[in-house]
Design a binder for this molecule. Structure first.
Ligand SMILES: [Ca+2]
Length: 310
């Protein structure tokens, strides 16, 4: 649910209630309810998690963007009057540098492309560009619609706006150069939020980064085992306001896996509507994901644990 000044509106064009793959936030329903067709061998693989390490996270931070780059953690936060961009030490959580946004901006997703750090805003249709190493403002650019999540694949910026569509932007001109609709078993997956493009296989407990060489250059899940989470060149996306992350093939928009992170952190009851899972950063040295949420006290380095097919 939306609360003034502290969250996001529902997608006004699409009811989230009509899609079985976006369950309402509740403690009972955490996983997509499979359609009869998806119970076949072609069902989307599902993963749970194992926490490998935890790191401190400040409960004041309304996390909207998370990136690990060059040995530092970069975080962008939201809310009007509280939005900021910062560089932090992963191990200690210490803020090394921080820049606050003017009160009229609600910060959203961030990414680092080369020596630039780019930060979206929610409903202002403007993105801010900073010098990565100093957080010195370099400029801004405009886009249509809302800004939610941002990442890049080395060539293109990848941008979510709260719908089921991912946009691809030229990283130099910021012009839109393509888009794809994200679907799971043919159904649109809406409310795509914070993003992370992962170039390498992610560490998991079932074959640790095995890569399907037979895929003609783009590995696919759902092979003989059906349980390879961890293929390279995929987009990981938080699905607001759930405990789930969708793993997306950027070429087709197809969801190749779901990560269920329910139980990772249970916020106080009064904060439950807002303090949702949001924030994915890839840690290249361990090939694992670092995840957190809005106002969460910790960040979690996780391995993926395949669930047996239903
Ligand atoms: Ca991210």
């Amino acid at each position: 649910m939306w609360r003034a000044g502290s969250g996001k509106t529902e997608d006004r064009n699409q009811s989230t209630q009509d899609s079985s793959i976006i369950p309402p936030p509740s403690s009972e329903i955490r996983l997509p309810e499979p359609s009869p067709a998806s119970r076949s061998a072609g069902a989307t693989p599902r993963y749970r998690y194992k926490v490998v390490r935890t790191y401190p996270h400040d409960r004041r931070f309304f996390t909207q963007g998370l990136v690990y780059e060059g040995g530092f953690l970069y975080e962008g936060t939201g809310l009007y009057g509280e939005s900021a961009i910062m560089r932090r030490d992963l191990q200690t959580g210490k803020i090394l540098q921080m820049l606050r946004l003017p009160e009229k901006y609600f910060g959203e997703g961030i990414t680092i492309f080369g020596d630039k750090l780019i930060q979206l805003t929610w409903q202002s249709s403007v993105a801010f560009v900073y010098e990565r190493d100093t957080l010195r403002p370099l400029g801004e650019f405009r886009y249509t619609g809302e800004g939610w999540g941002l990442t890049h694949d080395g060539t293109r910026l990848i941008f979510s706006d709260g719908t089921a569509t991912l946009r691809f932007l030229d990283p130099n001109t910021y012009a839109e150069i393509g888009r794809t609709e994200v679907r799971d078993q043919g159904r649109p997956v809406r409310n795509l939020n914070e993003l992370e493009f992962v170039p390498d296989p992610v560490e998991d407990q079932a074959g640790a980064g095995a890569k399907d060489e037979a895929g003609g250059g783009r590995p696919e899940t759902g092979g003989a085992s059906g349980l390879q989470p961890a293929v390279s060149g995929l987009i990981y996306a938080n699905i607001w306001p759930t405990d789930r992350i969708a793993i997306i093939d950027p070429t087709t928009g197809r969801v190749t896996g779901w990560i269920d992170l329910s139980g990772l952190y249970n916020p106080p009851a009064a904060e439950r509507d807002d303090s949702v899972l949001n924030g994915i950063a890839y840690l290249p040295q361990t090939k694992r994901l670092l995840v957190t949420g809005k106002r969460w006290p910790r960040m979690y380095e996780i391995e993926l644990v395949p669930e047996p097919p239903r």
